[in-house]
Design a protein around this ligand. Structure first.
Ligand SMILES: NC(=O)c1ccc[n+]([C@@H]2O[C@H](COP(=O)([O-])OP(=O)(O)OC[C@H]3O[C@@H](n4cnc5c(N)ncnc54)[C@H](O)[C@@H]3O)[C@@H](O)[C@H]2O)c1
Length: 697
C-alpha cells in the first residue's frame, strides 16, 4: 500500500500524502514522496508538481508510531525528501490545508511555492517533546516569516492560524475555495509565466538587531524553562540562521537535534507524551467497546470534592444534580461552586453569561427523587465505609437500571462498596484529585466485577472533561496514594534521624517536586494522614512508623487550615514559615526515642523518598494494580507534582539504572533505624535489574 498517490492533471503531477490519521511522514510515505518526485522529473509531460494531503490536512509531521524504530531513521529520511523537493528542476507547490506541523511544515518549506487554506494550523511543536525541528525548520522559517515570529513559534511550539501568517513569504497565496484546484491553477500559472523557482534557503536574512534580540530571548527562556535544554538550543539554531551560511546553520541544527534526542529531558517528555496515550488503552477492553450514553450526572455530597467534581461536567454542558443531607450543606456547596466561577469571571477566564449557563445546569436537591434518572452518579460523601455503604444501598434502590454508580473514595475497598449492591457490574471508582475542577489526574478504579462498557464509558467521559485517566486496580490508596504513603514514611524517618522539615522539603523541591512532602501535607491537611496511620497501627501492627506526625496532630497542627502544621502560617496567607516549636518538638522526640541526630545529606533525602516511590511502584506493577510502568509515571506527573523533566518515578529509576537503585535500597536496609523489610527490593525490580532490563521496556 502506497502512502502517497500520484495523479496527472494535464501537465501537473499531483502527489497526495495519504497516511491516516495525520499523514505522518513515516518511512513508506517518505519513500513514496521521493519516488513521486523522481517520476515527475523523469516524465517530460510533467511541468509542475503539487504536494497535497488527502482529505483536509497536509501533514501532522513525523509518524509517531515509528518513533524509536529503525524506520524513523531509514533512508529516505525527511531531510533527503526535502533535499529532493528543493532540488527539483520543476516547480513544486505545497497546498496546505488543515494541519501542517513539524516535519509537515519543514517539507512545505522545502517546496518552491506554498498555498494555504484559511484556518490551517501551522506549527513547529518539536520543543514540546524536548527537541527542535530537525529538518531545516529553524533555518527556513525565519527566512520566510521573520526572525522574531519564527523564534516565537519554534520556542513555544504553539500553533498559528494560516491567516495570521498571510502576507509573509511563507504563503504565496491563500486559497479560499477548492485547495487542489487552486493549487493546479497556480502551478499552471507558474509554468505559463515561467516564474523562477524560489528556494527558501536562498532568501537572505536582514536582521540588524539580532544580538540584542537573542540575548533578550535567552534571558526570558532561561527563566521560564530552566530545566529544559531544548528552548535554548532553538535560540542557538535560529541565531545560526541569521549569522551563518545556510548549510552551516543546518549543521548546527542537526547537531543540536541529536544532542537533544539523547537528553534525559527529551526522553522524559516523549515518555510522558506516549504514556498519556498508552494510559487510555486497556488491554482487555477493545477500543470499539460500546459506551453507555451519559446525558445527566448526579453527585452525592457537596463538600470539597463534590463541588469540584460537579464543575467538571457543568463546564462541558452536562447537567448535574447535586445531593446533600441538609439544606445548609447544600447551600454552602452551591455557593462554593458559584464563588469558584465568580473568581474565574474576575480573572477574565469566563464570561458572566457562560457562568450563568453553567449554574443553570446545576440542580441542587435534598432528595434521591431528584437524582434517580441520572446516567452516572458519583458519590463524594465522608470517607467512612458505613456511610458509603448506606449511600450505595439507597442508590441501588432508586437509580434507573444501567446507571453507572461511581465512588470518589481515596482509600476504601471499591469491591466491598460494589458488593453491597445488586449491580456490582455498574460500580466503579472515580478518584478525583483536589481541587477536582483543576487537577488533571483521574484514577479510574476497576473493581473485580466492573463491566467493560462501564470502564470504557468512564474513560471516554474523562477525556471529554479534559482529565488524564489512569486505570488502577483495587488496593488501599490505589496507585498514587499507596506510593505516597511510602514516600511520606521515609520523609518522617529522615526527620527522626536528624534532618529538619525545611531540609527535606528543600532537597525534594530542588530535585523538582512541585512541593516538598511537609508543605504538601500542610496543604492537604495532616489529619488525613493521621486517620490513615491510626487505621494502619491496628491493621498492620508490624509495620514501622515514625510517630512524629502524630505528635504534631495531637497539638492540633493540621496544616494551613489551622494556621499551623509542619510550618507556621499567617492568617489568610499560604507562605510556609519555619516554626521553632516544630524544631523543638523534633529534638524532644529524638531524645525520647534515644536517637542521636546525625547529619543527613540532600542526596540521601532524595534517594530514600524517590526510591520508596519506585519500590512501591514495582510492587503495584507486580500486583497488577497498574497496567504498565508508564501509567504510574503519568499518575505522578499529573497528580503529585513530580517533575516533568524527569518523566515520573519509574522512568527516573530506569535512567538511574535499576542495578544502582537496587544497590541503594540494600544500603538503606542496613541503616539501624530503617524499615529493613520495606527496603527489600520488589522481586520485579530485582529481576529487571538482574536481566539488564528496565520498567519501561
Ligand atoms: N479532600 C480531598 O483532597 C480528597 C481527594 C480525593 C478523594 N477524596 C474523597 O472524596 C470524598 C469526599 O471528601 P471531601 O473532602 O469532599 O469531604 P467533605 O467533608 O468536604 O464533603 C463531604 C460532603 O458529603 C456530605 N455528606 C455526608 N454524608 C452524606 C450523605 N449520606 N448523603 C449526602 N451527602 C452526604 C457532607 O455533608 C459533606 O458536605 C471522600 O471519600 C474522600 O476520601 C477527598
Amino acid at each position: 500500500m502506497s502512502s502517497a498517490h500520484y495523479q496527472m492533471h494535464d501537465a501537473v503531477a499531483v502527489i497526495t500524502l495519504d497516511n491516516p490519521p495525520v499523514h505522518g511522514l513515516g518511512y513508506a510515505l517518505r519513500a513514496a514522496l521521493v519516488a513521486g518526485i523522481d517520476r515527475a522529473l523523469a516524465d517530460p509531460n510533467v511541468r509542475a508538481i503539487v504536494l497535497i494531503g488527502a482529505g483536509k490536512m497536509f501533514s501532522g509531521g513525523a509518524d509517531i508510531r515509528e518513533f524509536n524504530t529503525e524506520k524513523a531513521t531509514s533512508e529516505p529520511t525527511l531531510r533527503t525528501v526535502i533535499r529532493s523537493v528543493e532540488a527539483s528542476t520543476k516547480p513544486v507547490v505545497a497546498a496546505i490545508g488543515g494541519t501542517c506541523m513539524g516535519g509537515g511544515l519543514e517539507l512545505a518549506l522545502g517546496c518552491h511555492f506554498r498555498l494555504a487554506a484559511p484556518g490551517a494550523t501551522i506549527a513547529l511543536p518539536e520543543v514540546k517533546l524536548g527537541l527542535l525541528p530537525g529538518a531545516g525548520g529553524t533555518q527556513r522559517l525565519p527566512r520566510v516569516i521573520g526572525v522574531e515570529a519564527a523564534l516565537n513559534m519554534i520556542v513555544s511550539g504553539a500553533s498559528v492560524r494560516s491567516e495570521q501568517l498571510q502576507g509573509t513569504a511563507l504563503f504565496d497565496e491563500m486559497v479560499a475555495g477548492d485547495l487542489l484546484q487552486g493549487a493546479i491553477v497556480f502551478a499552471r500559472n507558474v509554468v505559463a509565466q515561467d516564474r523562477p523557482l524560489r528556494r527558501v534557503r536562498d532568501i537572505k536574512i536582514d536582521y540588524p538587531d539580532a544580538e540584542a534580540f537573542f540575548q533578550f530571548a535567552r534571558n526570558t527562556v532561561g527563566a521560564v524553562a530552566k530545566n529544559f535544554p531544548a528552548p535554548g538550543k532553538c535560540i542557538d539554531a535560529v541565531a545560526a540562521a541569521v549569522s551563518l551560511p545556510f548549510d552551516e546553520g543546518l549543521r548546527i541544527e542537526r547537531e543540536s537535534f541529536l544532542q537533544l534526542l539523547h537528553s534525559p529531558e527529551s526522553r522524559a517528555l516523549r515518555h510522558a507524551f506516549f504514556g498519556e496515550r498508552a494510559a487510555a488503552k486497556i488491554p482487555d477492553v477493545a477500543a470499539d467497546t460500546p459506551t453507555r450514553s451519559i446525558a445527566t450526572i448526579a453527585v452525592i455530597g457537596a463538600g470539597t470534592m463534590g463541588g469540584g467534581i460537579a464543575m467538571n461536567f457543568l463546564n462541558v454542558g452536562i447537567p448535574v444534580a447535586i445531593l446533600e443531607t441538609k439544606q445548609e450543606a447544600l447551600d454552602k456547596g452551591v455557593a462554593n461552586i458559584r464563588r469558584n466561577y465568580e473568581s474565574a469571571v474576575k480573572r477574565g477566564k469566563l464570561t458572566r453569561e457562560k457562568m450563568e449557563q453553567r449554574m443553570h445546569l446545576l440542580k441542587p436537591t435534598l432528595s434521591y427523587e431528584g437524582i434517580k434518572d441520572a446516567d452516572l452518579v458519583i458519590e463524594a460523601v465522608f470517607e467512612d465505609m458505613a456511610v458509603k455503604q448506606a449511600v450505595f444501598a439507597k442508590l441501588d434502590d432508586v437509580m434507573k437500571l444501567g446507571a453507572i454508580l461511581a465512588t470518589n473514595t481515596s482509600t476504601l475497598d471499591v469491591n466491598r462498596i460494589a458488593s453491597g449492591t445488586n449491580r456490582p457490574q455498574d460500580v466503579i471508582g472515580t478518584h478525583f484529585f483536589s481541587p477536582a475542577n483543576v487537577m488533571k489526574l483521574l484514577e479510574v478504579v476497576r473493581a473485580d466485577k466492573t463491566a467493560k462498557d462501564v470502564l470504557a464509558t468512564v474513560m471516554a467521559l474523562a477525556k471529554k472533561i479534559g482529565k488524564t485517566a489512569v486505570v488502577s486496580g483495587v488496593c488501599d490508596g490505589f496507585i498514587g496514594n499507596r506510593m505516597l504513603e511510602q514516600y511520606l514514611r521515609q520523609a518522617m524517618f529522615l526527620l527522626d534521624e536528624g534532618a529538619s522539615v525545611e531540609q527535606v522539603d528543600r532537597a525534594l523541591e530542588k530535585f523538582g517536586m512541585a512541593m516538598g512532602p511537609f508543605r504538601m501535607s500542610d496543604l492537604a491537611g495532616n489529619d488525613i494522614g493521621w486517620a490513615i496511620r491510626k487505621r494502619r497501627y491496628v491493621e498492620k501492627p508490624h509495620v514501622l512508623y515514625s510517630h512524629i506526625a502524630d505528635r504534631l496532630c495531637e497539638l492540633g497542627r493540621f496544616g494551613q487550615k489551622t494556621g499551623a502544621g509542619w510550618y507556621h502560617y499567617e492568617s489568610g496567607k499560604r507562605d510556609a514559615m519555619s516554626d521553632p516549636e516544630v524544631g523543638a518538638m523534633l529534638v524532644s522526640y529524638r531524645n525520647e526515642k534515644g536517637i542521636t541526630a546525625r547529619k543527613v545529606d540532600d542526596d540521601e533525602i532524595v534517594a530514600r523518598c524517590i526510591f520508596a516511590l519506585v519500590n512501591e511502584g514495582a510492587r503495584i506493577l507486580e500486583d497488577g494494580i497498574a497496567l504498565r510502568a508508564s501509567d504510574i509515571d503519568i499518575v505522578y506527573l499529573t497528580g503529585y507534582g513530580f517533575p516533568l523533566y524527569r518523566g515520573g518515578p519509574m522512568l527516573y529509576a530506569d535512567m538511574t539504572g535499576l542495578p544502582n537503585v537496587v544497590r541503594s535500597m540494600q544500603q538503606f536496609a542496613v541503616n539501624p533505624n530503617a524499615d529493613a523489610a520495606f527496603w527489600q527490593p520488589a522481586p520485579l525490580l530485582t529481576k529487571l535489574a538482574a536481566e539488564g532490563r528496565t520498567f519501561n521496556g
